[in-house]
Design a protein around this ligand. Structure first.
Ligand code: CP
Ligand code: NVA
Length: 314
């Protein structure tokens, strides 16, 4: 049986993603034993609340176990000497660490700074590797987001989904999954922190292939007009601290305030992957609005983890 990793949404066809979402519903509905006696290795180079806790709870519900390994022992393999030595300071290569954990564990869940780390791991891993967020993608978030949209609007409706903010990992995976499922996707952000031409071409191609629509702009009001869902993420992502001042200045016109609801369709939903920076990318009024779906999204991070891990491990 072939073994698959889950590094990015674009590696999958909608049918298989939907199978994972359907399996999530089934597994969440009752205790199932698919993951019993399985050991999942978690390693995180950056902080996490939802991804770490939500996914661990999902694996516990399915009877599996989580082992946390510090990234220094697994991903960077750093050696600690009692006194300085010259030359090589790596304890061992990623090639060797991932081959080793493949002898004991059944899957790896990794949050890394660079997508390249995942590419090396996936090349040598003998067990499924799942991306818990990297600089380019956040596929587990996108799965929970689509699941939430389907809960709200059903499976068959063409939903308009608008992302306002940074052209980054969360937006990339959200745009991919919504286009794959034929939705009408809009994006608005400042041109200084915009998609590359290659990324825009990729989204346009996905839209063509899946009979969807992709409308990039720099004007938030235009993107929000009559939308069913509007979404934002932090303006400054983990690892971008040195760009803080510059990004905050360029994004100042992209904050989501209660006015967004007046441009959007009546009863439109607000989404945010969280953590949110209240008063920066979004105001309290929007976060705490009755049409804010942020806690449903957070809950669904746990629900969809069940289907994704069970699908990959089985
Ligand atoms: N949305 C999300 O990935 O949250 P954490 O960074 O807390 O895991
Ligand atoms: N774009 C954010 C998402 C956090 C879940 C980051 O990378 O920090």
């Amino acid at each position: 049986m072939s073994m698959k990793h889950f590094l990015k949404i674009g590696d999958y066809e909608p049918d298989e993603l939907q199978q994972m979402l359907d399996l999530s519903t089934e597994l969440h509905g009752g205790q199932r034993e698919d993951l019993l006696h399985k050991n999942i290795l978690f390693t995180f180079e950056k902080p996490s609340l939802r991804t770490k806790v939500g996914t661990e709870v999902a694996i516990n519900h399915l009877g599996g176990d989580v082992i946390h390994i510090d990234p220094e022992s697994f991903l960077s393999g750093k050696i600690v000497y009692t006194q300085p030595v010259s030359g090589e300071d790596a304890r061992e290569s990623l090639h060797d660490t991932v081959k080793n954990v493949s002898q004991w564990c059944d899957a790896i869940f990794a949050r890394v700074f660079s997508h390249k780390t995942l590419q090396v791991l996936s090349k040598y891993s003998e067990i499924p590797l799942v991306n818990a967020l990297c600089d380019k993608h956040h596929p587990m978030q996108a799965m929970a987001d689509l699941y939430t949209i389907q809960q709200k609007y059903g499976r068959d409706q063409n939903v308009s989904v608008t992302f306002i903010g940074d052209a980054n990992n969360v937006a990339f995976s959200l745009i991919e999954i919504c286009l794959l499922f034929g939705h009408d996707v809009r994006f608005a952000g400042p041109k200084q922190y915009y998609w590359s031409q290659e990324q825009l071409d990729y989204f346009a191609d996905l839209a063509r292939r899946y009979n969807a629509k992709f409308t990039p702009t720099t004007e938030p009001e235009k993107a929000l007009k009559d939308t069913d869902v509007f979404y934002t993420d932090s303006f400054v992502s983990m690892g971008e601290e040195t760009e803080y001042e510059s990004k905050i200045a360029h994004f100042k016109n992209y904050q989501l305030t209660a006015e967004a609801f007046t441009h959007a369709r009546k009863n439109a939903g607000f989404m945010h992957c969280l953590p949110a920076h209240r008063g920066i990318e979004v105001t309290d009024e929007v976060m705490d609005h009755s049409n804010s779906w942020v806690l449903e999204q957070a809950k669904n991070r746990m629900v969809v983890s069940k289907g994704v891990f069970a699908h990959l491990i089985k």
